[in-house]
Design a protein around this ligand. Structure first.
Ligand code: ZN
Ligand code: ZN
Length: 144
């Protein structure tokens, strides 16, 4: 379930400028895990004068307030996730697509780990080749 990001935004005290609305609208329910560059490209179509810094600063403000998550699964670019509920990810090594996995996994944790660490959650990343990339073929199995 994705809570409307606009609703969440109202409570954080940032001014809702038209540019920020455009960023929020793009993120709302977006499951593509876009990078700041992706979001910038999209918003620029409607607001040609918008700067990358504005987009990036807005994303950071949202992230700091817990309205979006930052994913570090792509070493080249930060990716953002408006789905802040615990979930896991399928990551394609070829096209870098990131897909949500909304399942709960019972991850076995050894007792000695439990003894010294209070576990509050987990995040599982499945690496591989997505269906689309598999169709397009190629012999290599993806490279990091
Ligand atoms: Zn792929
Ligand atoms: Zn996600």
């Amino acid at each position: 379930m994705i809570i409307n990001i606009m609703e969440r935004f109202k409570n954080i005290g940032l001014k809702l400028t038209p540019q920020r609305v455009a960023i929020l609208e793009y993120l709302d329910g977006n499951t593509s895990h876009p990078s700041a560059e992706d979001i910038y490209r999209h918003v620029k179509e409607r607001f040609p004068m918008i700067s990358f810094a504005t987009v990036y600063n807005t994303l950071e403000a949202l992230r700091k307030r817990g309205l979006i998550l930052e994913l570090t699964i792509d070493p080249d670019r930060k990716r953002y996730d408006p789905n802040i509920h615990p979930h896991h990810h399928l990551i394609c090594l070829r096209c870098k697509s990131v897909v949500d996995v909304n399942l709960e996994f019972d991850v076995p944790v050894p007792d000695d780990v439990r003894g010294r660490f209070e576990i509050l959650g987990n995040h599982i990343e499945f690496y591989g080749i997505c269906e689309q990339c598999k169709k397009e073929g190629g012999d290599d199995n993806g490279s990091l």
